[in-house]
Design a protein around this ligand. Structure first.
Ligand SMILES: [Cu+2]
Length: 115
């Protein structure tokens, strides 16, 4: 009688451990897809309008907007972002749709690859 009780306790303890182990095997969810909308687009500066915070770019495909390559005018989030840039420069930029305007939130000059 005493032995039966002890073995019952052991069985219950084993079951408890099993369910604890099962809870630990939850699935991890990685968010690797979010990186896609964060990609930079390359472009060439056609025209700079620092006073009005506008820039004309000949840009490559903008993936997060689904926009094909073209030359067009963008607004700049902050005029100081245009400092150090010149017409003819190759740049990388990020653009977001804010209301009806397309606003560049990041722009940086690309390093010359020596040609
Ligand atoms: Cu465009």
């Amino acid at each position: 009688m005493k032995l039966t009780k002890i073995s019952m306790v052991i069985v219950l303890a084993a079951l408890a451990m099993q369910s604890a182990a099962a809870q630990e095997t939850h699935s991890h969810q990685h968010k690797s897809e979010e990186a896609a909308s964060d990609e930079m687009t390359t472009a060439t500066i056609r025209k700079l309008d620092i006073e009005y915070g506008k820039i004309t770019l000949k840009h490559q495909t903008i993936k997060n907007l689904g926009m094909p390559p073209m030359t067009m005018v963008f607004q700049i989030e902050d005029k100081t972002m245009l400092e150090g840039l010149a017409e003819g420069d190759s740049v990388r930029f990020k653009v977001e749709k804010k209301g009806t305007a397309l606003v560049i939130t990041t722009i940086e000059k690309m390093q010359h690859s020596g040609h």
